[in-house]
Structures are given as structure tokens and as C-alpha cells.
Design a protein around this ligand. Structure first.
Ligand SMILES: [Zn+2]
Ligand SMILES: [Zn+2]
Length: 377
């Protein structure tokens, strides 16, 4: 940091304004390597905000692209699960104040893209581009940073009273909400959640909230199974016991709904085989490789498949509402916290599957705060 003397005092009152002020941002620099750059502190556009990053949970997508050298990943998506406090607002921003806690989201459906013109606003192409960091307004770096500048519509206020554990994981909570919403769960369904990472832990809770009769979480890690039970799953079993238990619970019929949250390609077919005839397979996990499935089996059992990716603005709003009043919980999910210095080892560990924590949370303050944070009024 280059702030000193009078500039240091200026920076206390107007963080990032002193000449040469810099913030840290992480970039994927090569296969399995990251670089922490000091970059000029961002300033907001007229319709934008600058957000001090409080935390950014680490997604499997971050880890996959870290291994691949990040060639296909827009830099704003390396760290896309952030929350923070508004540090600066543009001249045209009226509804967000300095110090307001906000979570990343996407804008409202645009109303003009081809899906919107067909009344398919939930599948808006514009918000999907935003979520994937492929829109013109995407920031030059993501949430593994001290500060990020975005259009004001890309954030949503979070009540200050929300527990930090839930606040930090609002993005995966919204992703899981969309998946369960699209899966059209019916009351009393026997729901199997395959995978006890953050998405699976949230999907199980959303299924309960949506009226599932029983929620069974299938997960090899004992710690994750215990967490699922603590967060309200009726049962959690290791994979080798799954089929037997599903048969017992369903009188030999099979599950009504399987929510695949592992993103492990061969487990797509495994999940399908847990279903009853006419059951529904919800795909939330994101395998990088093609998955071998038996279409013959799917036809014979007339299963339905519903895929879901990302989230819309209303999905974020739902996650905030349910987390704010405690109906959706995340305590115990962020089993590991890291600063800039821990990023590379964590991403490598996620790829090696040596990290058991359902979610790792990055906190830029853990390596020592580089500057004063904006505080609320
Ligand atoms: Zn993600
Ligand atoms: Zn649209």
C-alpha cells in the first residue's frame, strides 16, 4: 500500500481515495497457480457501487478452472460467491447506503432478450450472462479481493442481523433454491440428496421447507453426514447403504426425487437408479466431463430430468428471506477459513478431494486488513 502521512488519514475517511491506493485481487495465472496483484482501488460508475469484500466462499468451479489455468473463466467469476459492505456509491445510486451489507446477485430479467420476449423471464439470457461474468459490465476481477466494483443491480441488501454463517453462503443457498424450485417437489415426496457439500446441505433443507416427506442425504464423509442430520435431514447414509435404505423407506418403489449435487459424472446414472418409475432427477452438480448414462434405463423407467444452473434475482431474495429468519441454516458448513495466502492450497485440495469442509470461506481480512473498512452510519 502506498498511502502514508496525510494520505493515510484521507484514506481512513475515504477508503481507496488516496493517490496510489491499491487493493489486492487474486487471478489464475497458470495451471494450478494464482497471482495476487495489487491493483488500483476501483471507483464506482454512476450507477455502480464499490463493495468491501467481507467474504467469498470457494466454489468447485473456482477449483476446476484453477487446475485448468483459468483460460475459459472470465476473471470476475474467479470468486463469485461474495458478500461485503458498500464502500462507495455512484452518483445515480439512491437505494444503497455506505456500510450496507450486500450479497452478490444478478439483475432483474431484462424483458428484451429472446427468452424474456417469450415470457420466459426466469431463463433470461442477460442475467445468465451476468452470472457467468460474460456481460459488458463484468468487473475485471472477482471476489477473491479486498474490493470489487459492480453495477448496483448486481447486489442485494442483507439484513445486518443475519448470522455471518448464513450470510457467507447466500450464493450457494440461492443456487440450491433454484434447483429445488425447478424440481417441482410435491408434498410427502421421498427426496434423496446425493452429496453433502454446501449445495447438497442447502438442497436438503429447501426440500424439507418445500414439504418433502423424508429427506435422505447420501454422502461418504461422516462429518458431512452428521452436519446434514444437524441441519434437519431425516437420515444421512454412506453411498454403500443408499439403495437398501431407499428400498426400505419406499416399500421397494424408489425415490420420488433425487437431487444430484456431487458433480461427479458417473454418479448421474447412480442417482437415476435410485428413482422410482416416473421419478424425477434434478441435476445441480456440474461435472466437467461427459457422463455415461443408460438412456435405455431412463426410458424403461420413464424418469424426468430437470437441470438447474445459477440463480435469478428472486432466488437470491428467497435465500436472504429464509436465512434472515433462521428457517435456512448454514452453521457448521464453512468448516475452513482462509485468506489470500491459503487460496492456492485450498483450490488444489478441493481438486484432490482432500478437503472435507462443505465450503471453504475466503476472508481478505485474515491476512491482515490493508486499510480501514467503511462503516455504517
Ligand atoms: Zn459457484
Ligand atoms: Zn432477458
Amino acid at each position: 500500500m502506498t498511502c502514508s502521512g496525510n494520505n493515510l488519514i484521507l484514506d481512513l475517511y475515504f477508503p481507496g481515495r488516496c493517490e496510489g491506493a491499491a487493493v489486492r485481487a487474486a487471478f489464475i495465472s497458470a495451471e494450478g497457480e494464482i497471482r495476487i496483484d495489487e491493483v488500483a482501488a476501483p471507483v464506482p460508475d454512476r450507477g455502480g457501487v464499490v463493495v468491501d469484500v467481507l467474504s467469498c466462499s470457494v466454489c468447485a468451479t473456482d477449483a476446476h478452472h484453477f487446475a485448468a489455468g483459468g483460460r475459459e473463466l472470465p476473471p470476475s467469476i474467479f470468486g463469485h460467491e461474495w458478500v461485503g459492505t458498500v464502500a462507495e456509491t455512484g452518483a445515480d445510486v439512491e437505494d444503497l447506503g455506505i456500510g450496507q451489507i450486500v450479497a452478490v446477485t444478478v439483475g432483474s430479467s431484462c424483458g428484451t432478450c429472446p427468452p424474456c420476449r417469450r415470457n420466459l423471464g426466469d431463463l433470461c439470457a442477460t442475467t445468465l450472462r451476468q452470472a457467468r461474468g460474460r456481460d459488458e459490465a463484468a468487473p475485471p476481477w472477482g471476489g477473491f479481493s479486498d474490493r470489487i466494483a459492480v453495477t448496483a443491480s448486481r447486489v442485494m441488501p442483507v439484513p445486518a442481523s443475519m448470522p455471518a454463517a448464513a450470510r457467507e453462503l447466500l450464493e450457494p443457498a440461492a443456487v440450491a433454491y433454484r434447483g429445488v424450485r425447478r424440481a417441482r417437489l410435491r408434498m410427502d415426496d421421498l427426496v434423496v440428496v446425493q452429496g453433502g457439500g454446501a449445495i447438497g446441505q442447502f438442497a436438503g433443507q429447501w426440500a424439507r421447507l418445500a414439504g418433502a416427506g423424508r429427506v435422505l442425504v447420501v454422502e461418504p464423509s461422516a462429518a458431512r453426514r452428521d452436519l446434514a442430520a444437524d441441519l434437519g435431514a431425516d437420515e444421512s447414509v454412506p453411498p454403500e447403504q443408499a439403495f437398501e435404505r431407499i428400498a426400505e423407506l419406499s416399500g421397494g418403489l424408489g425415490a420420488d426425487l433425487v437431487i444430484e449435487c456431487t458433480g461427479i459424472a458417473p454418479l448421474v446414472q447412480t442417482g437415476a437408479e435410485m428413482l422410482r418409475r416416473g421419478g424425477r432427477l434434478s441435476l445441480l452438480g456440474y461435472p466437467l466431463e461427459p457422463a455415461a448414462v443408460s438412456v435405455r434405463d431412463w426410458l424403461a423407467r420413464e424418469i424426468e430430468v430437470v437441470a438447474s444452473m445459477g440463480y435469478g434475482r428472486a432466488d437470491t431474495a428467497a435465500a436472504i428471506r429464509f436465512a434472515a429468519d433462521g428457517r435456512l441454516r448454514a452453521d457448521g458448513m464453512a468448516g475452513m477459513r482462509i485468506g489470500f495466502g491459503g487460496l492456492a492450497a485450498t483450490l488444489a485440495g478441493m481438486n484432490d478431494r482432500t478437503i472435507d469442509a462443505p465450503r471453504v470461506v475466503f476472508d481478505p481480512g485474515l491476512d491482515g486488513a490493508p486499510r480501514e473498512r467503511a462503516t455504517g452510519p
